[in-house]
Design a protein. Sequence first.
Lengths: 114, 114
Amino acid sequence: SQKIEQNSEALNIQEGKTATLTCNYTNYSPAYLQWYRQDPGRGPVFLLLIRENEKEKRKERLKVTFDTTLKQSLFHITASQPADSATYLCALDPMNTGFQKLVFGTGTRLLVSP
Amino acid sequence: DADVTQTPRNRITKTGKRIMLECSQTKGHDRMYWYRQDPGLGLQLIYYSFDVKDINKGEISDGYSVSRQAQAKFSLSLESAIPNQTALYFCATSPGGDRSNEQFFGPGTRLTVL
């Protein structure tokens, strides 16, 4: 069956450390992955896109990697801050229709302590 | 002003009632989506529309219907609400063209069916 898996347990780290979140998928062949941030009671907000031919993408303190062999994307936040505390969702497009239809993971909650 | 708005933000209703959730956008996007989010589950696609004349069912469309009144408006209806439709509902939009474009989410509607 097709699955997207993100660690359901919250990730607790100290301010200043690097947070690494994992997104694994099964039985998909996505051409790209997207990462979103979601704060409690609010809609997700887009952060980064990485394509299958890109190994790594960076934006300020954020870095995303995409390994199509391992079927995995890693999302890193360097020099983390308490304001980075949120749930982070990965999403992929199964590419089985003519148009975009994203499938979302359940998200990983990140807690950054001062 | 918010680009994607949803009304109402919160709604409590009773089993069997008809409910309409409304979504409006000022982004000029052709594509609009309705998702529901339940604790521990990822965003699940209910319906999507790629233009005013094109409406498609998502993974969990049973018990829901939609109307795309204009490019800017996409409404979700629950004809006869039931308790397991209690959830957080999000509307999203994305521009046409590149299928990897990000989605822009509204603030959500928290619906409780008693």
